[in-house]
Design a protein around this ligand. Sequence first.
Ligand code: UD1
Length: 376
Amino acid sequence: MERAVSATSEPKTVMLVAGARPNFMKIAPVQKALDRAGHRTVIVHTGQHYDDRMSASFFRDLDIRPPDHHLGVGSGSHAVQTARVMEAFEPVLLATRPDWVLVPGDVNSTLACALVCVKLKEQTGVRLAHLEAGLRSHDWRMPEEVNRVITDRCSDLLLIPSWDAVKNLEHEGIDPSRVVFIGNVMIDTLLDRLPAARALAVPAQMGLSTGGFVMATLHRPSNVDDAAALEICLRGLASIASDRPVVLALHPRTGKQVETFGLGELLKPLRVTEPLGYIEMLSLTDAAAAVVTDSGGVQEETTALGVPCVTLREQTERPVTVEQGTNRLAPWPLTVKGIRESYDLAIAQGRVGVGARSPEGWDGRAAERAVEALSR
Ligand code: UD1
């Protein structure tokens, strides 16, 4: 295990893979840092997410240049989606033969492209780097946990966002010489876009005041694909809404399940919006009294912003957000009362300044450290 150190080298070709919403804020700063360092980048969008609000709007908000290859895979079961990405990615990899393929996060596109790379390693010599390696929820029922563990096993370079990842990877027998601490690239994006988010002032546009409302997101299958679980989450949010307005940015998966289970009435106490663009979401998160979420990225963003967060999950693969940051897990199994009590504790805890609770390396320079590691 080592820290990234400065290194100079020949320009490299780095293929950056992105497929789903949380990938875009991770590749954006790395692409820019690679460009600045004189490397060549090739962007592949798998098309796992395709609605403008889940995909193209992030390319605009984050100034990512249009993808060089769009695989257009779309939605499907895990097997279908993973297989379609593999099938479409293989010829692109064979035709391009970059020095590195960089896969971010833990979505199905991450795993699919990692598998293609490792199976072609002998033939192509292409090396695989995993951005946001080493996180573990230790819950093998989560599709993301399967994606993380297998992607890490396939990777030549594991770029970790926090030191807890070292122990997780050691435990799995991963060679420590492949692991490099870089910090959190999502926070590079957050710090870069925070002035624009504050200037946009979405809360004011919605008639909300800073600290006068709660921001919520919900999309984990364990919370939204089961009618009873979804009902508890929505009733928990309704209980909070009796204290302060709750803005719920509705993920397409959640919207569909609310309809399927006939739970539309439970949305009435909430200010429901469509999925939000990156800058809109940051504007609201930054100004919220507290955030309630089951997203991994939002736990990190609230920690960096110093906003108290209640996470509706049994465990988190980002323990550093609880140990050092502003995050807490609602008691499990979730109950309406437990969600409300966690919210009351979060409000009592209050906000701290931007960066006041940020873990090491969540400093806006993680992408530079990633480029140093890729340059060796
Ligand atoms: C995926 C990731 C999850 C991540 C989340 C962020 C996996 C296994 N899951 O979950 O880790 O936290 O993205 O959003 O990779 N849909 C649309 N429009 C879109 C995309 C999806 O309407 O642009 C709908 C479709 O009905 C689709 C459903 O959302 O079937 C789920 O999409 P999918 O990509 O399978 O999983 P997410 O729940 O988005």
